[in-house]
Design a protein around this ligand. Structure first.
Ligand code: ADP
Length: 253
């Protein structure tokens, strides 16, 4: 059953910056359609792990497998095309465009092709379908009511959700998010986590989250990896990791 398989896997991933080993033989498995969280104190290697997986950094050792392909050291745009989308990789939303337009530009639109331009009726039909699809995507991230708002008028959390909408429009299978609820009030943070959790449930999208506000985010996770000083020190369900003495030690000193 493809929906229960592993979509992302690292094997003994190692990354050094000069004398510092930021990742030390890190092996993780992310299940397709899961909301997987990476937590750990500042400087523990979370960002480096995502950077190496998404091609922004090349590993010194180890392998990265995504959706059945070895993507170790592949350039970011190729990994993006395979459906591993890190939200900040998407060209910055054009903040003067409205929310709907920003989702539309993230879609692959054949109307822009000079070969298709003469076929205007066909193009119009496609445009209409794209709008329908974009509105459906906006509904899934709670931005339906804001569809005609200029993007610069969105709050920080809503802008993050617009990025998620754009990732969906671009055909994401896995969306990697850095602190999706950073700076967001608890009520809206819960709403955001609910939308993300539904994407995984309803569309089978995989979500990989780096999050610091574990009190809020942890209950939404299917599986958690805890890092400290470049290694995975604990993994399991939210309950398992939050009861692990090693995790408490890292967080409480
Ligand atoms: P986290 O995301 O968990 O806060 P990072 O992955 O950003 O941790 O950083 C892990 C370690 O690697 C830190 O000690 C950090 O200072 C170091 N580091 C990260 N990126 C670089 C870089 N480009 N050059 C040198 N050191 C880096």
């Amino acid at each position: 059953d493809a929906r229960r398989s592993t979509i992302l896997q690292t094997e003994n991933l190692t990354k050094r910056f000069g004398g510092l080993t930021a990742l030390n033989r890190v092996s993780i498995k992310v299940e397709r359609g899961s909301l997987t969280m990476i937590m750990g104190p500042n400087g523990s290697g979370k960002t480096t792990l995502i950077n190496v997986c998404s091609g922004i950094l090349k590993p010194d050792e180890g392998r990265v497998l995504f959706d059945g392909e070895d993507i170790t050291g592949a350039p970011p745009h190729e990994i993006y095309k395979l459906g591993f989308i890190r939200t900040f990789q998407i060209p910055m939303p054009f903040l003067k465009l409205n929310v709907l337009e920003n989702v539309l530009v993230a879609m692959k639109n054949s109307g822009e092709s000079p070969l298709k331009a003469p076929l205007r009726p066909l193009w119009m039909k496609e445009e209409e379908e794209n709008v329908k699809r974009a509105m459906e995507i906006l509904g899934r991230v709670g931005l339906s009511d804001s569809w005609d708002k200029e993007s610069f008028k969105l709050g920080g959390g809503q802008l993050k959700m617009l990025e998620v909408a754009r990732a969906l429009a671009a055909g994401a299978k896995l969306i990697a998010l850095d602190e999706p609820i950073g700076g967001v009030d608890p009520a809206y943070a819960n709403e955001i986590l609910g939308y993300l959790s539904d994407l995984r449930k309803n569309l089978g999208i995989t979500l990989l989250l780096i999050e610091h506000r574990i009190d809020l985010a942890l209950p939404f996770a299917d599986y958690v990896y805890v890092m400290d000083r470049g290694v995975v020190i604990s993994q399991g369900t939210p309950e398992e990791v939050s009861n692990d003495p090693k995790v408490l030690e890292v967080y409480l000193g």
